[in-house]
Design a protein around this ligand. Structure first.
Ligand SMILES: [Fe+2]
Length: 184
């Protein structure tokens, strides 16, 4: 990890680099998320199409604003943000979204797992930056408010009246999609 030539006041160059690296991972994660949400927006079919299709666009818009805020925080820390698709694919630790054209409930089941992964990583990044840079921590926490609400929007479709999620115990997008379809 090369050190920046400047960073925000009171942070050491090493801490600036560390915080920027944590942010860079989440820049990739949210860039991937906004593309995946659009992909789902285009590929949902079946009952409740318009509800799910239209639910997703405000999430795309919000996530794109988060991407911009993260990238500009990285630049503010004195580090160049990386937003190219090739770098994203090279750096990511997850697979491409598993579903193409599929029913609304299958996509919602898979999206439950997508949000689970993104939120867990975002929370980890928030924890990692808490003692290093309160401003970055605040940025990530603020984004988690919205991401966790969007996750609930998805989960509310998968929830029974007793509060059980149809995707419970599933770890893959395909498994969650199938469980959601069965539980409908
Ligand atoms: Fe559209």
């Amino acid at each position: 990890m090369s050190l920046p030539r400047y960073t925000v006041p009171t942070l050491s160059m090493a801490d600036g680099a560390k915080v920027a690296a944590a942010l860079q991972a989440q820049l990739h994660a949210l860039n991937d998320l906004q593309l995946t949400l659009k992909h789902v927006h285009w590929n949902v079919v079946g009952p409740h199409f318009i509800a799910v299709h239209e639910m997703l666009d405000p999430q795309v818009d919000a996530v794109r604003l988060m991407v911009d805020a993260i990238a500009e925080r990285i630049a503010t820390l004195g580090v160049p943000p990386v937003g190219t698709p090739g770098a994203l694919v090279k750096a990511r630790t997850w697979n491409d979204y598993a579903l193409g054209r599929a029913t609304t409930i299958e996509h919602l089941g898979a999206l439950d797992k997508v949000y689970e992964g993104v939120i867990a990583a975002h929370r980890k990044a928030a924890d990692a930056t808490e003692s290093l840079d309160a401003v970055t921590n605040d940025l990530l926490i603020g984004q988690l408010h919205a991401l966790e609400q969007f996750h609930w929007f998805v989960r509310a479709h998968l929830e029974s009246s007793s509060g059980t999620l149809s995707t419970k115990g599933e770890s893959t997008e395909r498994g969650a999609a199938e469980a959601a379809a069965v539980g409908e």
